[in-house]
Design a protein around this ligand. Structure first.
Ligand SMILES: O=C(O)C1=C[C@@H](OP(=O)(O)O)[C@@H](O)[C@H](O)C1
Ligand SMILES: C=C(OP(=O)(O)O)C(=O)O
Length: 449
């Protein structure tokens, strides 16, 4: 699918954001292994969390979507009949994780300690992403994990456990990854004894919040522990709106000539909200109001207004895992800011749905931006006017949406190929964008003038 985005000087509106993808995956998995019925309010309608649902259904978990049962903010519910960890059944075929790294890595952890074999596959993008980072700790725990060239298809051999099951370990994360942390902790539920993950650099903490795990600060490092055999409680989960989806509108509002955009019920977990800190450091005007809690996660309403100019910043160090998915959008803000922005310590971007360092540099350069790739990031010399171009999303939702935001402030139309990728995390994105920038979104290539 091709979408053409026309420039828009003034933005206004209240786009509805999708449910937080990270929380939605976890709520579905934890509900599946709880004993009894759980309700998930505000589950995401995005493709990635639906890949998780399809896998859980194939493992014998009954999940009912109930658009008629609404939560307080009008979002629909999902009812999950939890079977307990021991109640998961062998899938009749391979489990297709689609485009979703979180699905594959968390399910590797969940299923490594089950007494049956499982094969996990994904699309071409996911098949190229590194899985050894999860396989290595699972093997240390006694799991039998086969990879194909370091990635999917992933084979988990239950028979390889030889009746002894997994054993708890203490594992220090060599890469700052919440997916690896969560996979090891999920495997720890099937293991003998205690499993502890040590995080030198904090990553998103949804798993530990949602499972109410023990977290210690030991000399500045986080130690997260789970006991083997611990039961997961069936309960009501409430999923906040996704701050990673909000980021596109925060950048759009901060780079427009005139803007007032309101975003309600946005998850502001402090391990996820670095995008606000960086945009504010660049000079953005973002107001946070009505701060409250939703399902154990802090949420708030956001209002972004055009600040009348941004300045370049340095992004690196411990904040990077906190805003890793927002970097393509932040690079767009950098292109519209005066001065230089340096993004470092973000080599992980090279192993996402596509190489996001190369893809971001490519679309910004095609639009006239001055961008230099570094092995672990980007240097953006901002303040040059951007012009319309034809760009490719490279099958990556965040690249499609970041390019769309860049297009709003450019001269002339920008055509985005592969625009359907947005639905991986934000199915209503193009409608939401048209809602704040009326007349800017044209489906298909531009109409001849
Ligand atoms: O745990 C999660 O929900 C996620 C963790 C991050 O990946 P890594 O764990 O690979 O850093 C992030 O990029 C991804 O979108 C979601
Ligand atoms: C990297 C992402 O997701 P995943 O790793 O789950 O594919 C993302 O949503 O930006």
């Amino acid at each position: 699918m091709t979408v053409t985005v026309h420039p828009a000087a003034a933005l206004a509106g209240s786009p509805v954001l999708p449910a937080d993808k990270s929380v939605a995956h976890r709520a579905a998995i934890f509900a599946a292994i709880a004993e009894g019925e759980s309700q998930i309010i505000g589950f995401s309608d995005a493709a990635d969390p639906h890949s998780t649902l399809a896998c859980l259904r194939a493992l014998g978990v009954e999940i009912e979507e109930r658009p008629d049962v609404l939560g307080a903010d009008g979002t629909p519910s999902l009812f999950v009949q939890g079977r307990g960890l021991g109640g998961l059944r062998p899938a009749p075929g391979v489990l297709d994780c689609g485009n979703s790294g979180t699905t594959m890595r968390l399910l590797m952890g969940l299923l490594a300690g089950r007494p049956f074999d499982t094969t996990l596959t994904g699309d071409a993008s996911l098949s190229g992403r590194p899985m050894e980072r999860v396989a290595a700790p699972l093997r240390q725990m006694g799991g039998a994990v086969d990879l194909s060239d370091g990635g999917a298809p992933v084979g988990l051999r239950g028979r390889g456990l030889r009746g002894r099951g997994l054993r708890g370990i203490t594992y220090r994360l060599p890469v700052a990854s919440a997916q690896v942390k969560s996979a090891v902790l999920l495997a720890g539920l099937s293991a003998r004894g205690t499993t502890t993950v040590v995080e030198p650099v904090p990553t998103r903490d949804h798993t530990e919040r949602m499972l109410e795990l023990d977290v210690l600060d030991v000399g500045g490092e986080r130690h997260v522990s789970v006991e083997g055999g611990a039961a997961v409680r069936a309960r009501r989960w409430v999923v906040p709106r996704d701050v990673s989806a909000a980021a596109f509108f925060l950048v759009a509002g901060s780079t427009a000539e005139a803007a007032v955009i309101q975003l309600s019920g946005v998850g502001l977990n402090p391990t996820r909200s670095g995008v606000l800190d960086v945009l504010r450091a660049m000079g953005a005007t973002i107001k946070v109001s009505n701060e409250r809690e939703r399902g154990g996660e802090p949420i708030a309403d956001l209002r972004v207004e055009a600040p009348g100019g941004l300045a370049g910043v340095e992004i690196g160090g411990a904040i990077v895992p906190n805003l890793i998915d927002e970097i393509p959008a932040l690079a767009v803000a950098a292109a519209y800011a005066e001065g230089q922005t340096v993004i470092r310590d973000a080599a992980e971007l090279r192993v996402k749905e596509t190489d996001r360092i190369a893809a971001t540099a490519a679309f910004l350069r095609a639009m006239g931006g001055a961008v230099t790739e570094r092995p672990d990031g980007l240097v953006v010399d901002g303040g040059r006017p951007l012009h319309g171009a034809t760009v490719d999303a490279r099958g990556d939702h965040r690249i499609a949406m970041a390019a769309a935001v860049a297009a709003l402030g450019a001269t002339g139309p920008t055509t985005i190929r592969g625009a359907e990728a947005a639905a991986v995390s934000f199915p209503g994105f193009w409608e939401a964008l048209e809602g704040v920038a009326v007349g800017s979104v044209e489906h298909g290539p531009p109409r001849p003038a």
